[in-house]
Write a protein that binds this ligand. Sequence first.
Ligand SMILES: [Zn+2]
Length: 166
Amino acid sequence: MSRSQTPSDAAPKSCRQCSEDLPEAMTRRGLCYECTRVQDFRRPIENHHPFGRYNGAVEAITVEIPGNWHRVLNARANERPPILKRPGDNPLHQIASAVAALGEAVATFADFARRQQWPEWAAKLADRFAAAADSASTWLLVLAGRLDDRLGPEWRRDLDLPLWEI
Ligand SMILES: [Zn+2]
């Protein structure tokens, strides 16, 4: 093992200030993200955009989230395929994106429930909803593709659908 790979040089696994050990929250400073914010004279809470920022309406929706859990949510959102990050103006893509966000939120609730040692049923229920949301999101993208193929790109106008809003 070279000197640069000794365990003492490895990134710390928990915060030296508060003992937080969420992997997504750890920084190279040996502190969790929230503790780095406090050290920099900022609030540990951040505004989360639960539906992303792909247009002005969804960008306006924010929820205050502790910074460490905000990083967990953002890490999950970053794993989405591009169509679910920036769904454009197709309502089915937008709904699929919102369902994906719902799934990521309940998966994060499951993590939170386990770390808080809540009764296991809470995390298991959240796990089931996360899996259903993931499946539903994928299915909606397939439906959107089939509608485009069968009815052409104008199907949204031709079917006289109501505007979908969050
Ligand atoms: Zn900390």
